[in-house]
Design a protein around this ligand. Structure first.
Ligand code: E4P
Length: 225
């Protein structure tokens, strides 16, 4: 099943897009959090967790520590506090990929925490993270393309690796900037695309749709006179 998540920490945007019935989850990151009015971090993520639990939406919350041992502590603290608010089947803790971070991913996974390994740009990063126990691996699709990388090929190779090894891991494509990126990422093997309200809105747009509707209404209104 291909899924669509919204990439934001803005609750009003989440509510608006969720009301359309098109998303199955929410992803956040420290930069998205920083776009919200300055407030208590715990209060913000608890508010998101409450809504996501009510609506059966998955929620990814990223650690903001830079050292692996601190990441592990922060991940456990976030998971412990939010598990009182949201079903842990819906809760994912985001850990950026890295050599030392693999140990964090392994330990959290062994503890039963669903890890979304993020900031991935290569199939090797996603393959190792998946083998370490990450339930989700997140490719930064457009940022990779910005550096002349080939996100389609990275997705295809990661998909093949996960399927060949029967790993319990889903591929998320983030850093999505257009409706073309959404369909491209899905077509190249990712399970989940996460993108902004603006990109989701753009997926409904086409100039010929507008002109077709206008033409129908013009013809009909001329006839009904
Ligand atoms: C995934 O959740 C990523 O954090 C996010 O999509 C990054 O997107 P950006 O490249 O627009 O910051």
């Amino acid at each position: 099943m291909r899924k669509l998540y919204i990439d934001t920490a803005n609750l009003e945007d989440i509510k608006k897009i969720n009301s359309l019935g098109v998303i199955q989850g929410v992803t956040t990151n420290p930069s998205l959090i920083s776009k919200e009015p300055k407030q208590n971090f715990d209060a913000l993520i608890e508010e998101l967790a409450k809504f996501c639990n009510e609506e059966n939406l998955s929620l990814s919350v990223e650690v903001f520590a830079s050292e692996p041992d601190e990441m592990l502590k922060q991940a456990r603290d976030i998971h412990s506090s939010l598990s009182k608010i949201i079903n842990t089947d819906l809760l994912r803790i985001k850990i950026p990929v890295g050599f030392e971070e693999l140990r964090v991913i392994k330990q959290l996974s062994d503890d039963g925490v669903s890890v979304n390994c993020t900031c991935c740009f290569t199939e090797q990063q996603m393959q190792l993270a998946a083998m370490s126990g990450a339930k989700y691996v997140s490719l930064f699709y457009s940022r990779l393309r910005d550096t002349s990388g080939n996100p389609a090929e990275v997705l295809r190779r990661t998909r093949q690796f996960i399927d060949d090894n029967d790993l319990d891991c889903e591929i998320i494509a983030g850093s999505i900037r257009s409706q073309g990126d959404v369909s491209g990422a899905w077509s190249h093997g990712c399970d989940i695309v996460t993108c902004s309200t603006a990109v989701i809105k753009s997926m409904t747009n086409h100039p010929k749709t507008d002109s077709s509707v206008e033409g129908f209404l013009k013809d009909f209104n001329n006839w009904i006179k």
